[in-house]
Design a protein around this ligand. Structure first.
Ligand code: URA
Length: 240
């Protein structure tokens, strides 16, 4: 059991500076488990702690683990240059608690993006040693041929890589679509692999990470959800 003062708890959840949180509490804008609390120093057990700020309900979370179905024209970088950043799609509390993408998708790549404020999770999930397969659906400019599939499976040499990179799995879906599974996460990897195999990627969507699929989460484009401990574990698992 962890007990925490209300103003410190609110700050940890991204509601602003300690001073701002204290004022929110003193002004009667905060409830805990349904009751208005005006003492910033009142302490609460963080287990199953439910609170509201300006009438909006929240649950205390030591860390946040979410999945967003990223739309196009959104950048994953912290300092986006040409398009809005992915944090603009989430409640502002998340940027204040330093929620960040776990790995990156290109601005025009859509689909599954995990985000968290748990540094150890981000690090472990992004580690190349982890071999977490990522599943993409790529739309191609030219027709998908058996040769394209076999080249992607055999491995293609990219400019700045010393060894060829191969897909773990690759299947034709339609004349202009493939499902490709990669274990690595090199810069523009799917697009560069398709180009190296003589085709061109015109659209790209990530549909699964590890055993966690976007379909199982039922997320509409732009929508996000919290992940359960089981879903977090399946996103780190190497089974497909
Ligand atoms: N491969 C790419 O080319 N782009 C992405 O965003 C992800 C994988």
């Amino acid at each position: 059991m962890v007990k925490i003062a209300l103003n410190i708890m609110l700050q940890s959840q991204g509601f602003g500076t300690r001073r701002w949180c204290r004022e929110l509490i003193e002004d009667g804008d905060v409830t805990v488990n349904g009751e208005i609390i005006t003492d910033p120093g009142a302490t609460f057990d963080t287990d199953n702690l439910r609170f509201s700020v300006f009438g909006e309900e929240w649950i205390y979370r030591e860390h946040v683990y979410i999945c967003i179905n990223k739309p196009g024209n959104i950048e994953c970088s912290r300092k986006p240059s040409f398009h809005p950043g992915v944090l603009t799609l989430l409640p502002e509390q998340f940027s204040r608690r330093d929620v960040q993408p776990v790995g990156r998708l290109d601005h025009d790549t859509t689909g599954m993006l995990l985000m968290s404020d748990d540094g150890a999770f981000i690090h472990a999930q992004s580690s190349p040693k982890r071999h977490v397969p990522k599943v993409y659906v790529a739309t191609t400019h030219d027709i998908v041929t058996p040769q394209l599939i076999s080249e992607l499976l055999a491995g293609v040499k990219l400019h700045d890589e010393t060894t060829p990179l191969a897909a773990l799995r690759c299947e034709r879906i339609t004349e202009h679509e493939i499902e490709i599974v990669l274990e690595q996460g090199k810069y523009h990897q799917v697009k560069r692999m398709l180009a190296a195999a003589g085709n061109h990627c015109t659209a790209l969507k990530r549909v699964a990470i590890g055993a966690l699929t976007l379909a199982s989460l039922g997320l509409a484009e732009d929508a996000w959800c919290y992940l359960s401990p089981e879903q977090i574990a399946s996103a780190g698992s190497s089974s497909q």
